[in-house]
Design a protein around this ligand. Structure first.
Ligand code: XBP
Ligand code: MG
Length: 244
């Protein structure tokens, strides 16, 4: 008789595009403000940014943009310093945007966080963005309890390789002290799905305007958002995945 699968013990959430729709009107606008403040005539349109999102990590995304559109800048001795300076300015601009207007959590997220905590599930984050960006987003999300909800926050440069590498999910699992089989990941993108699956996690996708239509093969569910999703749904998907 096969042992019954481990019950769902923790949810591991991605941030950008999953907890909140932060990319188009948050990160993208902050990048453009940083470029303008530096006197650069670079401007990432909604469409161009969607293509640039193929590369995770803001510093890595700027470098990818230079490789594609301004390769001559890469040869300059101060290129690394320029990228670092631009990303610091972008992060400050993002903080100002979020604290100024706040980016709301996506539909259903606040409710599910509360349901999960009431049921005794543990909550973690595995994201490519910086820890500060996570803190400021949660603090200004207008969702009661969101700020202190996450026991483990795996973010940004704490790991050498960003999504789609599995590093950040493995980092979160290690600090939770849980096996992947006891957890469920919630993501928005193909890069995030590959990262979570690479760490052995069953994964639910909540697509958005930038990620709809990507290859979500291997996800246990692909949803438009979490508005109609209950904790019981997440527990069922986790059970079904464990049963194989
Ligand atoms: C999304 C990312 C991040 C953000 C920008 O992270 O790839 O790089 O686009 O934030 P995730 P930074 O979906 O894993 O939450 O500029 O701080 O990287
Ligand atoms: Mg994401």
């Amino acid at each position: 008789m096969a042992p019954s699968p481990a019950p769902l013990a923790a949810l591991i959430f991605d941030v950008d595009g999953t907890l909140a729709d932060t990319e188009r009107d948050g990160h993208r606008v902050a990048f453009n403000q940083a470029f303008e403040s530096a006197g650069l005539d670079w401007h990432w349109s909604v469409e161009q940014y969607g293509a640039l999102l193929a590369v995770t990590g803001g510093k890595e995304r700027i470098r990818h943009f230079l490789e594609s559109f301004h390769p001559e800048r890469l040869a300059e001795p101060d290129c690394d310093a320029l990228i670092a300076t631009l990303h610091r300015a972008k992060t400050e601009a993002y903080r100002a945007l979020v604290t100024g207007g706040g980016l709301p959590l996506r539909p259903g997220v606040a409710r599910l966080l509360a349901e999960a905590r009431a049921a005794g599930l543990r909550l973690a984050i595995a994201t490519t963005t910086t820890p500060d960006n996570v803190t400021v987003l949660l603090e200004h999300s207008k969702a009661p309890g969101a700020s202190g909800a996450f026991e483990v926050i795996g973010a940004g440069d704490v790991v050498p390789a960003k999504k789609p590498a599995p590093d950040i999910y493995r980092w979160a699992l290690e600090r939770l002290g849980l096996p992947a089989t006891a957890c469920l990941a919630i993501e928005d993108s193909d890069n995030g799905l590959r990262a979570a699956r690479g760490a052995g996690l069953a994964t639910v996708i909540t697509a958005n305007d930038y990620t709809r239509g990507q290859d979500f093969s291997g996800a246990v569910a692909v949803l438009p958002d979490l508005a109609g999703t209950t904790l019981a749904d997440l527990q069922r998907w986790h059970r079904d995945a464990a049963a194989g």
